[in-house]
Design a protein around this ligand. Structure first.
Ligand code: HEC
Length: 177
């Protein structure tokens, strides 16, 4: 959503720039008559600044939205780098989510309370792709049932997230890069 808005901003910035360029070309002030050197066009500077700013928004918007959503997870999860530094604060009743993007399931060797069913799902070789992550957060039991084929599989995590999982995935990925 933010990305769409900022893309629109970028289009507006482009239009603004073209307008300025056009004005610059027809304006008698656009050339320095004494030295015959074309003057720097202020429009271009505005353009490149705006473009850089909106490009940065496009790239970081999903991760920023994910950061805001971290409050839904931090009661139970932290994001802690291998050197021990805590990149996102949180509790320890769930596994550390550092490097979770595309990692194998149940991969936190320091977490000893994985459910049997999450371990069984991990044994299939499944990974936390973005789609698996989204499916798991939307319905953890359902996800484990479809991965293991066991219709009574149950997750040890009782959280269901209807929206924002992709932003969270981007956020967690950005922390581990
Ligand atoms: C109330 C505590 C709690 C909350 C809140 C919570 N989780 Fe969990 N989470 C857990 C537990 C416990 C597990 C281990 C589940 C299992 O073993 O079946 C887990 C497992 C996971 C896993 C699998 C990790 C792995 O190592 O395979 C992911 C991914 C995950 N949670 C993401 C999230 C995200 C994202 C949020 C926020 C939207 C969240 N969780 C909120 C308790 C929680």
């Amino acid at each position: 959503m933010l990305a769409v808005v900022s893309q629109r901003l970028q289009v507006k910035a482009l239009t603004l720039c073209r307008l300025r360029e056009f004005v610059g070309i027809v304006s008698p002030k656009s050339h320095d008559k004494l030295s015959h050197r074309p003057k720097r066009q202020p429009g271009m500077r505005v353009f490149s600044l705006l473009q850089a700013a909106s490009l940065a928004l496009v790239v970081t918007a999903p991760a920023m939205a994910g950061e805001a959503r971290w409050r839904d997870c931090r009661t139970c999860h932290t994001v802690s780098a291998p050197d021990g530094s805590e990149l996102a604060r949180g509790g320890r009743s769930g596994p550390n989510l550092f490097g979770i993007a595309n990692a194998p399931l149940a991969n936190d060797s320091g977490f000893r309370f994985y459910s049997d069913d999450l371990r069984a799902a991990a044994a299939t070789g499944a990974r936390w792709t973005e789609d698996n992550f989204v499916a798991y957060l939307a319905a953890p039991d359902q996800f484990l049932r479809s991965v293991t084929g066991n219709p009574s599989a149950q997750s040890g995590m009782h959280v269901e997230l209807r929206s924002g999982a992709r932003e969270l995935f981007a956020y967690l990925q950005s922390l581990s890069n």
